[in-house]
Design a protein around this ligand. Structure first.
Ligand code: RRO
Length: 309
């Protein structure tokens, strides 16, 4: 069986990759993902200039997942853009550059820089960081999101997709999809962490920033992630592919994301816990499920979730 996939006409040998924020801070971590079984990588969301992020401890794994309030620590756009452009000279792989400005003006300035560069990959514009104090998750404000994307697509011609927060109401799926369908997006990525959860140990929070509030990942979020993948698969025009992210730690989880409509599947919390060897394990487990069911490619079952009569 084959695990290859396509997004916006770009081909990937394997449909698995890291989720932004995990194993992608610097060239050492990115090289590990690049040399693993993953089909490609996405960089840590970059701002225009580097950031230290929030005070430690700011990430905690727990039995059912993780909580984080990293606060967008990153090495700045130039670092990631230069590294990916260097890799592009050595391989034919397509890489994802994640970015998010701290203002509309910063986002547009960064995208203009990418547009003018010889970067050949895809941009994942993060509209859903839950952890910068005072900055709400942009994609929960649909008029502001529509205004930003209108300005972006007035000049940006390279393939670009958006990283979305989870939505929790059918009316919000409808309203959000109506906005995203207005634009020539390459993909939407569902979902970022569930924002502003709280995990307690004995009587005390487990991370320092925001008095313990942080984005939730892992097992906790798989049903929400699958619902968002499928809701957008049902509503978006076929040219907008879906990247599925949330609660992936087994081949069965990957299978379910693809069944819901995902063309690519990202791994966050479980990659942080297990390391890049997870991509070979997930590939093997997905392969075994596909063999058992007689599927030869992921297109044989992508989006074909069955409903009760
Ligand atoms: O850096 C973070 O705190 C962070 C970001 Br930008 C994001 O998009 N999602 C997340 O869970 N953490």
């Amino acid at each position: 069986v084959l695990l290859n996939t396509t997004i916006a006409g770009y081909e990937f040998d394997n449909c698995l990759m890291n989720a932004a924020g995990v194993c992608c801070y610097d060239h050492e971590e990115l090289t590990m993902v690049d040399q693993s079984s993953a089909g490609t990588f996405v960089t840590k969301s970059a701002t225009k200039t580097s950031r230290e992020g929030n005070p430690l401890p700011r990430y905690q794994a727990v039995p059912l997942g993780s909580i984080n309030s990293m606060g967008l620590p990153n090495l700045g756009l130039d670092y990631y853009l230069d590294y990916v452009r260097q890799l592009e000279k050595q391989t034919k792989k397509t890489y994802f550059l994640s970015m998010t400005g701290l203002s509309k003006e910063e986002t547009l300035e960064m995208l203009k820089q990418v547009e003018l560069s010889d970067f050949k990959g895809m941009v994942e514009l993060n509209l859903s960081c839950p952890n910068v104090p005072g900055k709400p998750q942009l994609a929960y404000d649909l008029p502001t999101t529509e205004n930003l994307l209108t300005e972006v697509f007035a000049f940006f011609t390279k393939p670009l997709g958006v990283k979305l927060p989870p939505y929790f109401d059918i009316a919000h799926f409808d309203a959000a999809a109506e906005v995203y369908n207005k634009f020539p997006l390459a993909f939407v990525n569902c979902v970022n962490s569930i924002g502003n959860g709280l995990i307690i140990n004995d009587e005390t929070v487990v991370i320092k920033p925001k008095n313990g509030f942080g984005g939730i990942g892992g097992d906790y979020i798989k049903p929400t992630a699958l619902a968002n993948v499928h809701a957008f698969y049902q509503r978006l025009k076929p040219s907008i592919k879906i990247i599925g992210t949330g609660g992936v730690k087994t081949g069965r989880d990957v299978f379910e994301h693809i069944l819901c409509g995902a063309s690519m599947v990202q791994v966050g919390t479980a990659l942080e816990k297990e390391g890049v060897e997870i991509f070979a394990r997930l590939s093997q487990e997905l392969t075994e499920i596909m063999q058992e069911k007689g599927y030869q490619t992921i297109e044989d079952f992508r989006g074909k979730l069955q409903y009760l009569a």
